[in-house]
Design a protein around this ligand. Structure first.
Ligand code: DQQ
Length: 542
């Protein structure tokens, strides 16, 4: 792995080297957080013999890497150990992993693995169940599109249920299995969820959220004070979507509030680079926590050259907002332990066309929170939504082109003269019947380097006609920026590879390209320290 590593992160989870993709079986067990992930131990590219790598932590920020937990070894997983989830069996207090195997016939089957030694606090060794595979592709599902078992939940009837991602022709499916003993599973013939011409549903996640608390609830909770979330990774769109709805295992099915429509109005955890996400219930702190794979936006060859590929987002707490119609996310509070050297700016006016440098922190690894005061929103420019695709409004020419209220926000990972910068910004419009705000992350000027994916991300959300402020938080870490608008109502994660804005040459600016002034009511920024990544002494050299 080359010495010069301008893009490796200081505080985001990544393996010592080579390729990482999906989060697998994240869980909390007896005081230890476990994180497993899809890993190619031989190269910085997705491989033919994927393994489950394994790390443990006491705070979800500092990690100890262990030996791989599950590797191809049997006819039912000889050609790879693909994604899956953990379920803590009550009573026995034993974690059980369900994972997808690519078997010796290249079919996708579901297997069980359990800890070899429950008194090992790190659960270093896992053994495969003698009855594997416990699920093989059912009728109506393609044998190479049947994968990614979720965490299981127990219905009021005591039976276990689990959902699996699948495809049948153009139809994406989420298939439901049931079991009395967690070893013998039977398929439900009608799909738990289906969506036309979306392609395969990957990494389904199904969990309850409380309607009157930001606390998480255990996966099996079913009562009047929860709603349910079904999340799906759509392979064809390379994006994660979620549906809120009603579920009662009595009548068996999940009834989503709305259907998938394929526009920016669909609900997504994150409107940027964010895939294969998976949640778990952290009962130590009563939190629902979400992990997601953040892939690279540079070329395969550059991944090979730099010797690694793939990050995870900072784990996020997830809860239902007051409206009950969307989820909120926020970086776990533990990440704030890395903050040092705080600077504050208060009551600073940003007139149209101005930028203000946020100096005094290491802008290459930073945590910045801003509260912007808005001018009267009825002065906003008019938007005819029927005329323009919201995504276009986040594209390059809109950042430079001034509006009335916005674009305003941050230039992150910026070079001193701003020839390189990633713009994270808001822009307010009024439409025929309401006021809306765009939140965008525009990577088009993030780097002078070529052959990078510099597409812009963004989405639109309603605001109150007398809205006075808008907040933004960005976690900046050398080649990843995770942005949270309106306290986590809208999240956008981006990957950038600056050629000038590296380490001490990185700057951070607040900017306002709108004709109307906005005020930085309060801005707090911190340098972020390294998180600790150690190797367990029992690890064999890969
Ligand atoms: N990645 C895994 C699959 C899953 C896909 C293989 C999603 O199990 O469907 O690494 O990124």
């Amino acid at each position: 792995v080359p010495q010069k590593q301008p893009y490796r992160t200081w505080y985001h989870f990544q393996p010592p080297k080579h390729w990482m993709n999906d989060p697998n079986a994240p869980m909390y067990y007896k005081g230890v957080y476990h994180f497993f992930y899809q890993h190619n131990p031989h190269a910085a590219t997705f491989g033919e013999k994927m393994v489950w790598a394994h790390s443990v932590s006491y705070d979800l920020i500092n990690w100890i890497h262990l030996n791989h937990a599950i590797e191809p070894s049997e006819p039912f997983d000889l050609n790879s150990c693909w994604s899956g989830s953990a379920t803590i069996i009550p009573g026995k207090e034993q974690p059980v992993i369900l994972y997808s195997g690519i078997d010796d016939k290249k079919h996708q089957v579901q297997n069980i693995a359990t800890p070899k030694n429950l008194s090992d606090p790190f659960l270093r060794e896992w053994v495969k169940h003698p009855q594997n595979p416990v699920m093989t592709p059912p009728i109506g599902v393609e044998v190479d599109n049947f994968r990614d078992p979720s965490t299981a939940w127990q219905g009021k009837d005591g039976k276990w249920r689990v959902v699996i991602g699948a495809q049948n022709g153009d139809e994406g499916k989420v298939v439901l299995y049931q079991s009395e003993d967690f070893a013998n599973w039977t398929v439900e013939l009608n799909p738990f969820f289906a969506s036309d011409n979306t392609g395969v549903c990957e990494c389904p996640d199904f969990f309850p959220v409380s309607i009157n608390s930001t606390n998480g609830v255990d996966t099996s909770v079913q009562n009047q004070s929860v709603r349910h979330v079904l999340k799906i990774s759509y392979y064809r769109r390379n994006q994660d979507y979620y549906f809120l709805g009603k579920y009662d295992n009595g009548d068996g099915n999940f009834i989503p509030d709305v259907k998938f429509i394929g526009t920016s109005l669909d609900l997504r955890f994150d409107y940027g680079k964010f895939y294969a996400s998976k949640s778990f219930f952290d009962h130590a702190k009563s939190r629902r926590i979400l992990w997601a794979w953040v892939d690279e936006c540079d070329t395969r060859d550059h991944g090979i050259e730099k010797g690694w590929a793939g990050l995870q987002c900072i784990p996020r707490q997830v809860w239902l907002d007051e409206s009950g119609n969307r989820l909120m996310q926020w970086p776990i509070e533990e990440v704030e332990k890395l903050r040092e050297k705080q600077i504050s700016i208060k009551g600073e006016k940003l007139v149209g066309g101005s930028t203000l440098e946020v100096s005094g922190i290491t802008a290459s690894q930073a945590d910045v929170e801003v509260l912007f005061e808005l001018p009267e929103v009825e002065n906003a420019e008019f938007l005819d939504e029927s005329e323009v695709d919201p995504h276009l409004l986040c594209s390059e020419e809109y950042v430079s082109r001034s509006g009335i209220i916005g674009p305003f926000g941050l230039f992150a990972l910026a070079s001193e003269d701003q020839t390189e910068h990633t713009a994270i910004f808001f822009r307010i419009y009024k439409t025929s019947n309401r006021y809306v705000c765009f939140m965008c992350s525009d990577q088009s000027r993030s780097s002078l380097r070529e052959n990078l994916d510099k597409s812009s991300y963004g989405t639109i959300f309603d605001i109150d006609p007398n809205q006075k402020t808008i907040s933004l938080r960005s976690l900046i870490d050398r080649s990843i920026i995770e942005s949270f608008g309106e306290k986590g109502k809208i999240c956008i994660t981006s990957r950038v590879y600056p050629s000038l804005a590296i380490d001490k040459d990185v700057h951070l600016f607040a900017f306002n390209n709108g004709r109307q002034s906005v005020v930085i009511s309060e801005l707090n920024a911190w340098s972020m320290k390294h998180a600790e990544f150690d190797q367990d002494q029992s690890i064999y050299q890969q």
